[in-house]
Write a protein that binds this ligand. Structure first.
Ligand code: ARG
Length: 586
């Protein structure tokens, strides 16, 4: 299959060539945007500016004349259909129906859809990253969902992506915890506690640490022991990690997350030599007993490569991690997915990496993909009705239950209408509820502007008529249903039957070919809502197409079946990027 390329990019290239030919003395790239659908698909906006700055010198008396000169210099291309110029100076083009038809055939119907973002890059995406001995909270859920999708988008673009789970598995808290467990739960190594208990132990150990000086000393010794690789401390630590890991993996399994664990402990041994090097290179300086890296453009507070008590903290680990990723792994691009509260921390880390010469923009790129807070209806941090933090497993369970309820309502309606009840047996219904419920939570999260806070709302999440995963699942299943009713294998229809004629067919074909523009937008600003917005528009375009173009039993049946199949494939690819498995029947 031919890889997809941005339509807007191709139109821009044509106009850039036209500008060069029409005005060789002016160095200018074409400025192309989507056009007013009344006049065309894309418009070039350069004429006004050229007229203002150079009109007199070049002998043009109106922007219209400049626009005409641009139009006349457009190189011949199969892509271009009708071209018009407006008195204000816009040059508007329609993409030709022949080009649309052949591109849908070439790029969407044969084999797997592909898109290449060359040159191929090595990318590290640091996401999910929960903390051992604590339960994952909604923030970690956001990081997991968003991180997984961005990683899938990058893989789709042909990049080599390493998804790393920077688990909080190291630090002084483990000394307290080990010491506390020894006392309160002596056989914990044989009988592993539940992660919930672990969280309680964690709280209790913190209390002891703050109140009991003797306990504090012992906890500190336990940390030293752990750092030195003492047998008991090591094995206790491993057991604690194991308990947490099991609970994280349950969530990952349900969300189909494939991530490699590379927790904070992994970087521990790299820190001392790294600090030595940074000291020699004068990037790190001593200040009030700590080893600091100053990043004056970002913050007045320095990064702590070594804390004043000689210990290593969150900053130390992230310095070692970025060194490892950029300098050892030779990543071209590193992306961190956490809540916005950590934005400054990461910008300081990026700045330090620049000072150290590991981060060399534009050769290397570092992004913090920050996200907002999930809120309850009261606009406060999302909590359960009884005011506790929401357990992610419970949240996913509730999503599935609610989806199951919707499905049984639908099945009831279908059988009342005397029609076909698609999901007839309870197992099928349960499977559908799992897929829809979890997709609904994910979609609702990703359709938000990533950097805003949002209010968690079950009804909107599962609204079959609104912009929700449920709506998309229906759109997908409807295509499947048409294909079943047609009773022919779409692959047996020759692709030259695809000749878009009706304006609604054209709209759909163009929308489908705009898929790569969405991917490009995501690569630019790492906002996944470009894709959810696109899916919503695509499904609405599809509805418009159905309203105006009957598919089955028409002369254009073959062409329309192919268009439906191309739509199905774009939906499927998008679903895969968002982490959903669609259903053939609902
Ligand atoms: N464990 C951290 C937290 O829960 C997130 C870690 C993000 N990644 C990193 N390299 N610091 O907030």
């Amino acid at each position: 299959m031919a890889p997809l390329a941005s339509v807007q990019g191709q139109v821009t290239a044509l106009f850039t060539k036209a500008l060069k030919d029409a005005f060789p003395s002016i160095q200018q790239d074409a400025l192309v945007t989507k056009g007013n659908p009344k006049y065309g698909d894309y418009q070039c906006n350069n004429a006004m500016m050229i007229f203002k700055e150079h009109g007199a010198g070049l002998g043009f008396d109106s922007p219209l004349k400049v626009a005409e000169a641009i139009r006349d210099s457009l190189p011949p291309s199969k892509l271009l259909g009708d071209i018009s110029v407006a008195p204000q100076g816009f040059v508007t083009v329609r993409v030709s129906p022949e080009w649309l038809s052949s591109k849908v055939g070439e790029c969407l119907l044969k084999g797997d859809i592909s898109y290449l973002d060359l040159p191929r890059k090595r990318v590290v995406v640091d996401y999910s990253s929960p903390n051992i001995a604590k339960e994952m909270h909604v923030g970690h859920l956001r990081s997991t969902i968003i991180g997984e999708s961005v990683r899938r988008v990058l893989e789709f673009c042909g990049h080599e992506v390493h998804g790393l789970n920077h688990v909080g598995d190291w630090g002084t808290q483990f000394g307290m915890l080990i010491e506390y467990m020894k006392e309160a739960y002596p056989n914990f190594q044989d009988q592993l506690p539940e992660v919930h208990d672990l969280q309680e132990f964690y709280k209790a150990s913190k209390k002891r640490f703050d109140e009991d000086a003797d306990f504090k000393t012992r906890a500190q010794l336990a940390v030293v022991d752990l750092q030195a690789g003492g047998e008991f401390a090591r094995s206790a630590w491993q057991k604690i990690c194991e308990v947490s890991r099991l609970s994280f993996n349950r969530i990952y399994q349900r969300l189909n997350i494939s991530i490699e664990e590379r927790g904070e402990s992994f970087y521990n041994s790299m820190i001392p030599p790294l600090v030595e090097e940074l000291k020699v290179r004068k990037i790190c300086q001593e200040s009030e007993g700590a080893m600091c890296i100053f990043t004056p453009n970002i913050s007045t507070i320095p990064l702590m490569a070594v804390k004043s008590d000689g210990g290593f903290g969150y900053d130390s680990t992230d310095l070692a991690a970025i060194y490892r990723r950029l300098f050892v792994m030779r990543a071209d691009w590193v992306i961190y997915v956490t809540d916005l509260g950590q934005e400054q921390h990461f910008h300081m880390i990026f700045d330090a990496a620049k000072q150290a010469g590991w981060h060399r923009p534009p050769l290397t790129r570092c992004d913090h993909m920050g996200f907002g807070v999930v809120q309850g209806e009261d606009k406060k941090k999302f909590k359960t009705r009884s005011g506790e933090t929401v357990k992610l497993g419970d949240l996913l369970d509730e999503a599935v239950q609610r989806a199951a309820l919707e499905i049984s309502k639908r099945v009831e309606e279908q059988s009342k209408d005397g029609g076909e009840a698609f999901l007839s047996n309870p197992e099928e219904q349960m499977d559908a509820a799992q897929k829809i419920g979890i997709a609904a939570v994910r979609y609702f999260d990703m359709k938000q502007n990533r950097t805003s806070n949002y209010v968690f709302n079950w009804d909107r999440m599962l609204d079959a008529k609104g912009n929700s995963a449920v709506f998309l699942f229906y759109a997908y299943a409807r295509i499947r249903s048409i294909q079943r009713k047609a009773g022919i294998d779409v692959h047996s229809i020759p692709s030259n039957c695809l000749q878009v004629k009706h304006p609604a067919e054209r709209d759909l074909a163009l929308k489908l070919l705009q898929f790569p523009d969405v991917i490009e937008a995501i690569l630019g600003d790492l906002h996944l809502h470009h894709l959810t917005d696109y899916l919503w528009e695509l499904c609405n375009t599809l509805t418009g197409f159905y309203m105006k173009c009957k598919v089955l039993g028409e002369e254009a049946q073959s062409c329309r079946l192919l268009l439906c199949e191309a739509t199905r494939k774009v939906l499927l690819k998008s679903f895969q990027l968002l982490g959903f498995t669609p259903l053939d029947k609902i």
